[in-house]
Every structure is written in structure tokens, then in C-alpha cells.
Design a binder for this molecule. Structure first.
Ligand code: AMP
Length: 188
């Protein structure tokens, strides 16, 4: 079973939810760059203050800042059995930086959660009501989807070309998506 994983998907594809479930199933940690940034913002520490403007506007935090945070996290001992990266890499430059970080322990698979964009906007607006995330307003959601298509979507072809991509239909019930994902990973 694959252990070093990346999850990809447009905002609202449910990758955070699925990453948490797969993580529990496989007994490996999820490293979510968005969640890490949000906890720094909540703590109002130096990194949180630095990234808040980018996140609230739906823009990417500069690669250098993000990559340093991920490199530090990947140096911690709990990732030896594997990990799920949720939200990183977000562009081709980060994908290259990740390869450098993982030189002696390369990725096993990249899961893409495939959704239809309109359904995603509705999902995110619902999440905004529940979680109250500062970047879940309608305008920022649309901008984040554009940023995804422009910067992150090219990673799908990048990883497909390397034979790492597993595409999972992420529409429908959360449990069904989890099952499809685990099946895809088992068959990989
Ligand atoms: P997420 O929770 O993955 O939707 O991320 C929320 C926000 O955090 C994004 O809209 C970006 O502003 C920022 N962010 C998360 N991951 C990255 C990354 N790998 N590179 C740059 N910015 C990121």
C-alpha cells in the first residue's frame, strides 16, 4: 500500500476531509499547508501575520515561505512511515522543491479528487457557514478556483506523466469517495 502521498483537487473537492480519513485508515499523518497556515494565523505569530494577507485574498503564499514550512514538517520523526500532503505542492516550482526534499524517499502516488466546479462553489459556501473560514466568501472562492486552474491544475499532467496519478471521482457521498480512494491506492 502506498504511503507517501499527495492529494490534489480544486478548492472544495473535499481533499482535506478525504486526506484526514485516509490518514486515519493508513495510520500516517496528514500535512495540510492550509491548516498549518490557519493555525499560525490563529496564534497571531510571525508566520501567521506574514501569510494572512495572501490567504484572505485567496492568493498563494510565496513558495519560499511555504516550502520552508513543509521541509521543517517533513523532517519530523512521525513521517517515517509515510504521510499525506494536502495542499502542497500547489505549483510546478513547489513540485520540484518537493522532489528535492524527498530525494531518498520519493512519492508513491498522487490522488486527484475530480469534481465539477459549480458543485464545488456551493459546497464551499456551505462550509463557509459551518467553519467561518476567512477565505470562504463567494468572491475569494471564485478567485481560489482560478488560482487552482492556473497554478495547480498543471500538476495533474505533471504527475500523470510520471505514472503517479490516481484519479478519483469525488462527487457523491463522502464515504463512497473514501472507499474509491482506498481501492485506488490498493490497486496502485
Ligand atoms: P487550503 O486549506 O489548502 O485551501 O489552503 C488555504 C490557503 O492557504 C490557500 O488559498 C493559499 O492562500 C494558502 N496555501 C495553502 N497551501 C499553499 C501552498 N502550497 N502554496 C501557497 N499557498 C498555499
Amino acid at each position: 500500500m502506498s504511503r507517501r502521498l499527495v492529494v490534489l483537487g480544486a478548492p472544495g473537492a473535499g481533499k482535506g476531509t478525504q486526506a484526514a480519513r485516509i490518514s486515519e485508515h493508513l495510520g500516517i499523518p496528514t500535512i495540510s499547508t492550509g491548516a498549518l497556515f490557519r493555525s499560525h494565523m490563529a496564534a497571531r505569530d510571525e508566520l501567521g501575520t506574514l501569510v494572512a494577507g495572501y490567504i484572505d485574498a485567496g492568493n498563494l503564499v510565496p513558495d519560499e515561505v511555504t516550502t520552508r514550512m513543509v521541509a521543517e514538517r517533513l523532517a519530523e520523526p512521525d513521517v517515517v512511515e509515510g504521510f499525506i500532503l494536502d495542499g502542497y505542492p500547489r505549483n510546478l516550482a513547489q513540485a520540484e522543491q518537493l522532489d528535492v526534499m524527498l530525494a531518498d524517499r520519493p512519492l508513491d502516488a498522487v490522488v486527484e479528487f475530480v469534481v465539477d466546479t459549480e458543485a464545488v462553489v456551493e459546497r464551499l459556501l456551505r462550509r463557509a457557514e459551518i467553519e467561518g473560514r476567512s477565505d470562504d466568501t463567494a468572491d475569494v472562492i471564485r478567485h481560489r478556483i482560478e488560482v487552482y486552474h492556473e497554478n495547480t491544475a498543471p500538476l495533474v499532467d505533471h504527475y500523470r506523466g510520471r505514472g503517479l496519478l490516481l484519479e478519483v471521482d469525488a462527487m457523491g457521498q463522502i464515504d463512497d469517495v473514501t472507499e474509491r480512494t482506498l481501492a485506488a491506492l490498493e490497486n496502485a
